[in-house]
Design a binder for this molecule. Structure first.
Ligand SMILES: NC(=O)C1=CN([C@@H]2O[C@H](COP(=O)(O)OP(=O)(O)OC[C@H]3O[C@@H](n4cnc5c(N)ncnc54)[C@H](OP(=O)(O)O)[C@@H]3O)[C@@H](O)[C@H]2O)C=CC1
Ligand SMILES: CC(C)CCC[C@@H](C)[C@H]1CC[C@H]2C3=C(CC[C@]12C)[C@@]1(C)CCC(=O)C[C@@H]1CC3
Length: 345
């Protein structure tokens, strides 16, 4: 006879735990007394109390050992949006998420927390104080977003009290902080190549940028509130800094903090978007011959020139969420953490 070990509610697995958000989440979980299995395609660090399981999340046999005796799984793995590889996004974010759900059911996992994205409702036009009940984007801005929508639907539909799997989705927006491989490095690279002199549009568009520790806080609150009788089962939650900021003020604060000049000259949004679209098409057509990656992709221009900020009242009410780090402190800590990206370094 086999005795099934009842998973401890302080044992969890983080799929994508080697990544930017994943590692911050692992660090906080350890602080809070959890023991953690990390499942990722790569190992980016070592920490006492963390067991690494390496593999592709599309491979259930590789995933299952990471979920052994685990009651709670965080799924925060995804290919980077910049890869723009439709096949890869579909395989990992859609098929892979189906496999993650099956593996959770087979392993007897009780709670699954997905890192979704607030962008699942964004179509490249203004969103002001958007709530979770906005419809999913019918024309998502890129393949990444298209597959994040399907991924979120799969996870929320898998919430089944009878079967014993409870699910919830966290929708962060514009995550930044120490070790972010995306926002600050791309911005600094553009500045070093002299491409950050211009403001796209009139510069008044408001956007959410969310410090990574607030995103982590939202995930842990969601996991700890996820119970069969709680209202959060099968629902998405916006997690932001709750301090919408002008996109170009945020960019300028980071650039100036690192010793670069702030953008000054304005360019019309429609002109830059049109040029970005043209360059993107050119890159697509020429892909078999030459490979080049434009800095100003249509997706980045849309994000830089429109309002996109979200209401996180639902998270405040149901999860008791409140940001733990202000935008000002978050920017200061981020800037300090990148000495190698400073002007002249
Ligand atoms: N950064 C942001 O502003 C936002 C992010 N999100 C979401 O947050 C989550 C975390 O993002 P972030 O930390 O920025 O991303 P990262 O790329 O830093 O982390 C993702 C991790 O998942 C790994 N991974 C990718 N594919 C697989 C696979 N097939 N099997 C196993 N592991 C895999 C990555 O490895 P590798 O690096 O080798 O690909 C990486 O270690 C993602 O789901 C993203 O969609 C949502 C809103 C905003
Ligand atoms: C070159 C400049 C015009 C822009 C540089 C900064 C951008 C790299 C970032 C500004 C907004 C960011 C953002 C994301 C990635 C990095 C930015 C485009 C996401 C697409 C990451 C994944 C998501 O789920 C949504 C994010 C929205 C904001």
């Amino acid at each position: 006879m086999t005795t099934r070990v009842r998973p401890s509610n302080k044992r969890c697995a983080v799929i994508g735990g080697s990544g930017f958000l994943g590692k911050h989440l692992v660090e906080k979980l350890l602080d809070r007394g959890y023991s953690v299995s990390v499942f990722d395609i790569r190992q980016s660090y070592e920490l006492p109390g963390v067991a690494f399981h390496l593999g592709d999340l599309c491979d259930k046999r590789a995933l299952l050992p990471a979920m052994k005796d685990v009651s709670l799984v965080f799924h925060c793995a995804s290919p980077a949006p910049a890869s723009d590889d439709r096949g890869l996004f579909e395989r990992v974010n859609i098929q892979g998420t189906r496999i993650v759900i099956q593996a959770c059911i087979e392993a007897g996992v009780q709670k699954l927390v997905l890192t979704s994205s607030a962008s699942v409702v964004f179509e490249g036009t203004d969103i002001k104080n958007g709530r979770e009940d906005l419809p999913y984007a019918k024309k998502p801005i890129d393949y990444y977003t298209e597959t994040k929508i399907e991924q979120e639907k799969l996870v929320l539909e898998a919430c089944d009290k009878e079967k014993g799997l409870l699910t919830v989705a966290i929708r962060p927006h514009g995550i930044f902080g120490p070790r972010d491989p995306q926002l600050v490095p791309i911005l600094v690279d553009a500045a070093r190549r002299g491409k950050m002199k211009f403001i796209i549009g009139d510069g008044t568009n408001l956007v959410d940028f969310t410090f990574v520790e607030n995103v982590v806080h939202g995930h842990i609150l969601a996991a700890e509130h996820l119970r069969p009788d709680s209202p959060i089962c099968g629902k998405p939650y916006h997690i932001t800094n709750d301090e919408p900021v002008k996109f170009w003020d945020f960019m300028s604060d980071v650039l100036v903090g690192l010793g670069y000049a702030a953008p000054r000259y304005h360019l019309p949004y429609a002109l830059v978007y049109g040029l970005a679209l043209l360059l993107w098409l050119l890159a697509l057509i020429l892909r078999p011959l030459v490979s080049f990656k434009p800095t100003f992709t249509p997706m980045r221009v849309a994000l830089a020139g429109t309002h996109h900020y979200y209401n996180c009242e639902r998270a405040k009410q149901d999860l008791g969420y409140k940001p733990v780090v202000s935008l000002k402190d978050g920017i200061a800590r981020t800037v300090q953490s990148y000495p190698h990206l400073r002007q002249g370094a």
